[in-house]
Every structure is written in C-alpha cells, then in structure tokens.
Design a binder for this molecule. Structure first.
Ligand SMILES: [Zn+2]
Length: 428
C-alpha cells in the first residue's frame, strides 16, 4: 500500500508535502475540486479520528516517525514499543514521549507516518490505521486526523456496512463499494472548518481502520476501483440503508429536504413478480406493541428531545394514536399522537426518533402499515404498530441489493436500479 505523505515527500521533497497538507487543511474549496478532478490519482480522505480531544495517544506496530510540518528538522524516529501523547495548551500542541517527558510544543501541525505500513501501521489508542496522521491544537484540545487514500478508506467502511458475503451476493458488495465511494466523494469537506472531511461514526460512515478490513470486501473494492456514481454536478450523494420495506424513500418524505432525481423513491421489485428484492430481510415486516402508559412515556421523552419547547404539561394524557391519512407513498402519512389537549403529527423520519421501541431503540422505519390502539375511559391502554423496513430508506436498499445479486443482476445494474439516471464514471 502506498504511503501517502511519504510518497509525496520522496517525489517532491518536503515543500510539496507542506503544500499538499496545507491544501488539505485549506478547506472545502480545495477538497471539493480535488474530488472532481483527481487527475488519475486516488484522492485522500481526512478522517477526524479524534476531533478536539483532551489528548491522543499515538504509536505504531513498527517503528514510526513524528515531525512538524514546515520545520527544517528531520522527523524523529520512534521505536515500535513507544506510545507518545499529544496534548494542547493555548493553541500549541504539546508532544510528550513514552517516558512522560515534554519533548516540545508547536503551534504548527504535527505529522506521523509508519516506517513500514504493511508490517507496522500507525495506532491511535489500540486501533491501527492505514494512512498517516496529522494533529494540531484547537485551543486546549487536540484534533487527530487520519489522511488515508479513498480506496483504503472504502475497504475499511464496507465490512461494517455489508460484511463479507457468499459468492451469490458479491454483486451487492460491489454495488455497496461504489455507493460508499460516491457518497464519500460527494461529502468531501463536510467538516472542512474543523480540518477534516468525515467523521468515523454513523454521522458519516463508520470507519473501523485496519481491524475492520475483510478479504472479501477488499476484493469488491479492488474490482470496482475508482468507479463512482455521477450526475451533472459530480459524484452523487449515494445514500443507502438496510431494508426499504418494498419502496425506497425520497429525502423530501423522510427528511423534508430537497431531493435529487437519482434519489427518487423506487418500488423495490423487478416488475414480473410481487416479491420485493428485500423480502428476505429479517426486517422486511415488523410489529411492535406497547402498553398505553409505556407508549405515552416514550413519546413524551421523544418529543422533549426532538421538539425543544414542547410543553407536555399543557397537553395532558394520551388519548389516541393513528395514521393521519395517506398521500403517495406510505411514508408520507404522519403518525398522529393525540392528547387530552392538542395533538402532534410525526412525519417522515421524525417518527423513528420520537417513538421508541419498548426496548428503548427507535422504530425501525417510517414505513408504517397499520396502527391500532385500545382505549379505556378515553385514555389509550395499548398500542400496536406494524411496519416494513429498517433505516431511512433513501437510496440503495442493502437487502434489496443482495436480493438482486442472487437474482443474477450485476453491480452496475443494481447501482443504476436504486440511483435512477446516475452515470458510472471511473475516476482513476
Ligand atoms: Zn428494499
């Protein structure tokens, strides 16, 4: 695997490295245009491994180097056994060695790279990562970023999204690799003001570093190397979720956010059968049941979180739960929760955050097929909700993609099925 900053350093000398990293740190403009015109090179993705942390502990499984960007001195070689600590004080990074000694402070960015990436990758805590680290002070906090090439990043994201699959489902894995790559490029610079592109969490995509990689998934990434879904504006925002429940959702329905033509909801079936591609999902159909008191308490705390200023005292006890009509797709029907004094309509994905399952997790999807309740003396005593799917439902349906793969569709056909009208372009 290519060593990023080191290879730049070898080719162009230290100034090029500074220019590269300053370009990276320069923000959205540079990153976004980089994503659109990579000129045959694999773009770097900056993952905010530790954004504004109190301190970070870094090391490597082999010898490693630590240096200050722009400094005339050579990077320090550090033995494999040593973990160093980075802290910050008033905008200056404090470097502390394995013996607890302060080795210096700097207002500049510090970089770390391994001597041998394959045998001795970098460590943040006990997690190993491909790529190289950059760290800087933000007041009294430290931000640590993993600058990793896009292909390595996707290889570490894919196993956490779909996991290794049998041969009959490999086309789904390849389609997922293209979706994750496209989504990443479309989101480059999302956190540019904080100095990185993406978070390693569900907020963006879960990035597990080297420990997450699986051979079957890495193969799917290599087989689709550089392949990106595009429209006229560039890489598409290729959302995906577990199980659409029979019809994918558009962003207007679930997030009240403008959509793009390639994210228009589609029926998740082939046309010559009534079986949805995702009907094999364990979440294709689900049911939940609450006592009236349980439902009332969960919805009250859900509304407190989701709608600040919601005054529960004013509303009184729970008197009804129903679907407030239907318009177009089933997701468009709000869940109406009625109280003695007033009511609340929960539309789109809000229903997943406000209505919790009896175990405490959110409803699996906003595609509700039936809502039933019983009442005594005007108050709700029991609620039953049935629905379909798991996740927001926008873009590619992962279980549907697996169903399509088993039915013999290729990764290109799967990708184009869920992202209608999007093109596929090989970036590098
Ligand atoms: Zn589906």
């Amino acid at each position: 695997m290519r060593r990023i900053t080191e290879s730049v350093r070898r080719r162009h000398g230290p100034l090029a490295l500074v220019a590269l990293v300053c370009g990276l740190l320069g923000g959205l403009g540079g990153a976004a245009s980089g994503a659109g015109s990579v000129g045959g090179r694999i773009p770097l993705v900056r993952i905010g491994l530790a954004p504004e942390a109190a301190e970070v502990r870094i090391g490597a499984r082999g010898d490693w180097f630590l240096g200050v960007l722009g400094a005339p001195s050579r990077p320090t070689r550090i033995p494999a056994t040593e973990t160093w600590i980075l802290r910050a004080e008033s905008g200056r990074l404090v470097v502390i060695d394995a013996g607890g000694r302060r080795r210096g402070t700097t207002p500049d960015t510090v970089f770390a790279f391994p001597d041998d990436l394959e045998r001795g990758p970098l460590l943040c805590g006990d997690q190993s990562y491909r790529g190289e680290f950059l760290a800087w002070a933000v007041g009294d906090r430290v931000t640590l970023v993993d600058a990793v090439d896009l292909e390595s990043y996707v290889a570490a994201v894919l196993p956490l999204e779909l996991g290794p699959q049998p041969a009959s489902r490999e086309a789904a894995l390849r389609a997922q690799a293209i979706a994750a790559r496209s989504y990443t490029l479309s989101m480059m610079g999302r956190w540019a003001d904080r100095g990185f592109d993406l978070l390693p969490t569900v907020e963006d995509q879960v990035y597990g570093g080297l420990a997450a990689e699986r051979p079957g998934c890495t193969t799917a990434v290599e087989e689709t190397r550089g392949l990106v879904g595009v429209d006229a504006a560039g890489p598409i925002r290729a959302f995906y979720s577990s199980t659409c429940g029979g019809h994918t959702a558009s962003p207007e329905e679930v997030w009240k956010r403008p959509s793009a033509p390639y994210l228009k909801g589609v029926r998740d079936l082939s046309g010559d059968t009534e079986h949805s591609f995702c009907s094999g999902s364990p979440f294709f159909r689900w049911k939940e049941e609450w006592t009236g008191a349980q439902f009332e308490s969960l919805v009250r705390s859900g509304l407190d979180r989701a709608r600040p200023g919601w005054d529960q005292k004013k509303h009184g006890r729970l008197t009804g739960v129903s679907l407030a009509g239907k318009s177009g797709s089933q997701r468009a029907a709000p869940l109406r929760v009625s109280f003695q004094h007033g009511r609340v309509d929960l539309a789109g994905d809000e229903v997943r955050w406000v209505v919790r399952r009896p175990g405490g997790e959110g409803l699996r999807s906003a595609l509700l097929t039936s809502v039933q309740m019983t009442r005594r003396k005007g108050l709700v005593t029991q609620v039953r909700i049935a629905g379909q799917g798991y996740g927001h439902g926008v873009g590619m349906c992962q279980f549907g993609a697996m169903g399509m793969a088993e039915a013999g569709y290729t990764h290109e056909q799967i990708f184009r099925f869920y992202y209608r009208g999007a093109g596929l372009h090989r970036y590098y």
